[in-house]
Each structure stands twice: as C-alpha cells, then as structure tokens.
Design a protein around this ligand. Structure first.
Ligand SMILES: CC[C@@H](C(=O)O)C(=O)SCCNC(=O)CCNC(=O)[C@H](O)C(C)(C)COP(=O)(O)OP(=O)(O)OC[C@H]1O[C@@H](n2cnc3c(N)ncnc32)[C@H](O)[C@@H]1OP(=O)(O)O
Length: 251
C-alpha cells in the first residue's frame, strides 16, 4: 500500500492523503517524499487549493514515525530529518494558494505542525489535537511552533505549546486553531467550506495569499523556523527525550 495518495479534482482541488492508518498516519521519509510531490503539483495553474488529510477515521497524523526516527540519536542526525520536513512545511506555508488541513481524526505532535502549516483547519467534531512534544522532552521541530505563532494570539499559541496536552475540538475552535467543525463526510464538508473560494479566479486567491506571504517574509518566518529546528535537534540528543520515546515504543 502506497503511504500517500494524491488526487486532483475537477474543481481544482488537490487532496493529499497520508495513507498509513495502521500507524495512525505517522510521517516517515516516504510520506515526506509524497508531500514534496504534492507541493510540486499544487503550484500548477489548474490547482486552486490544496487539502491535506489522513486515511481512515482514527488519525489525521500522529507526528513523526517514532519507530523509524528513534534511530536518530545525535543532534546532527536529528537536525537532518527535522530540517527536511521543516523545509516541506515552509513550502506548504508559503504556497500561494489556500491550503486546508482536514482533520479526520486525532492530530498529535508533528501532526499539529502539519496542520499549522495550512491556512485553515477543519475538523470532525469529536477530534482532539495537541502539541504533545513537551511530554517527549523536545519542542516542535518542523516549524510548527513558528507557524502557530502566526495563526493564534501569542497567549493561545504559547499555552498550546507549553501545556503539551490534547485539546478538545470545542477548545480548539474557541482558541482559533480550528475554523470549522463537521459531522458528516470529511471531503464533502471540506468542499462546502471551500465552495465560495473555489468559484473565484485562481489569480484572485493567489493575490490575497501573497498579501500574507509578504508579511511572513518580512517577519522572517523561514529564518525563525531554522532556529526552531536547531533548538529541537539540541533537545532531541538529550537522554530525557530518548527515554520518553522508548517508553512509547515499549507500550
Ligand atoms: C518526530 C517529530 C516530532 C515533531 O517535530 O513534532 C513529533 O512528531 S513528536 C510526536 C510524535 N508522536 C507521538 O508521540 C504520538 C504517538 N502516538 C500516540 O500517542 C497514539 O498512537 C495516538 C496517536 C494517540 C493514537 O492512539 P491509538 O488510536 O490508541 O493507537 P495506538 O497507540 O494503539 O497506535 C496504533 C499503531 O500505530 C503506531 N503509532 C502510533 N503513532 C505512531 C508514531 N508517531 N510513530 C510510529 N508508530 C506510531 C503504534 O505504535 C501502533 O503500532 P502497532 O503496535 O504496531 O499496532
């Protein structure tokens, strides 16, 4: 089974699905390659918006694949992996078209970083999500902390990162992390969220997105992400992190 699926719909919607439901859609290097491909397709003129989602109904994404990335022990080894994913998420963040994270299930750790890189987050009503990285003795390391600080008020962003817990969908909507909650079919709900945008010319959507891109360029988002990656890599090397990951993998 391919670990990701990319579909392009007639209305100009590209949908990238992380397809590892048995691992709660954890991100490994193959999924990263797939996201790179999706981003190449997403810049084509025929695409008006990009949706990122997960397969099944349990998880949107459970973050980095701990069984695979646990082999990375040193700061430099961790940096290489974190940097690779962060560069993809920076491309997603700066994509000059609307992007949506469609949360069909739980989003944990790096799953929330992926969601934060998107312009909008729509979620099933019972979905929980949280930046639980702190409980693994690391910080966000894919740029998600930086993206979150551009999405929420400083107090709400800081709270989410520092509490390192799962939040309910109602709390997340209240904080402004989720824009919309759904109960029916995920893709239909996403389409109806995007309907009014998709009828506009692609160039109009692009022009609006570029207004935000200019601001993010001025506030040096890319440079701040690099710093975030470096800081996470330093913590990654510590014993406390490896101990916590061991605990999860031995469960
Ligand atoms: C590494 C990058 C870093 C960042 O920069 O942000 C991170 O992403 S840190 C965060 C890493 N993620 C986690 O710590 C989440 C770990 N997973 C869970 O807490 C839970 O699995 C869940 C997401 C809350 C779902 O719980 P549940 O539905 O009860 O499923 P299971 O726990 O039974 O898992 C089923 C299956 O999937 C495997 N799994 C789940 N998450 C991961 C993961 N992140 N990496 C690798 N494998 C994962 C889990 O081990 C089970 O496998 P089997 O035992 O083989 O069935």
């Amino acid at each position: 089974m391919k670990p990701y699926v990319l579909e392009v719909h007639e209305n100009g919607l590209a949908v990238f699905t992380v397809n590892r439901p048995e691992k709660r859609n954890a991100i490994n290097y193959e999924v990263m390659d797939g996201l790179g491909e999706a981003l190449k397709v997403a810049v084509e003129d025929r695409i008006k918006a990009l949706v990122i989602t997960g397969a099944g109904d349990r998880a949107f994404c459970s973050g980095g694949d701990l069984s695979s990335f646990h082999q990375l022990k040193t700061e430099d080894e961790a940096f290489e992996m974190l940097d690779r994913m962060s560069e993809l998420l920076v491309r997603l963040f700066f994509l000059p078209k609307p992007t949506v994270a469609l949360l069909n299930g739980i989003a944990v750790g790096g799953g929330c970083e992926l969601a934060s890189a998107c312009d909008f987050r729509i979620a099933r009503k019972d979905v929980k999500a949280g930046f639980i990285q702190g409980t693994l003795a690391i910080t966000t390391g894919w740029g998600g902390g930086t993206f979150l600080s551009e999405r929420l008020s400083p107090a709400n962003a800081m709270k989410m990162l520092m509490e390192a817990r799962l939040y309910s969908s109602d709390e997340l909507k209240e904080m402004g992390f989720f824009q919309s909650l759904y109960t029916g079919d995920p893709l239909e709900s996403c389409q109806s969220f995007l309907n009014k945008m998709l009828v506009l010319e692609g160039d109009v959507l692009k022009s609006y997105k570029r207004m935000f891109i200019r601001k993010w360029t001025e506030t040096r988002v890319e440079e701040r992400v690099k710093q975030e990656v470096r800081n996470c890599a330093i913590l990654w090397e510590g014993e406390a992190h490896h101990k916590q990951v061991d605990k999860f993998l031995k469960k």
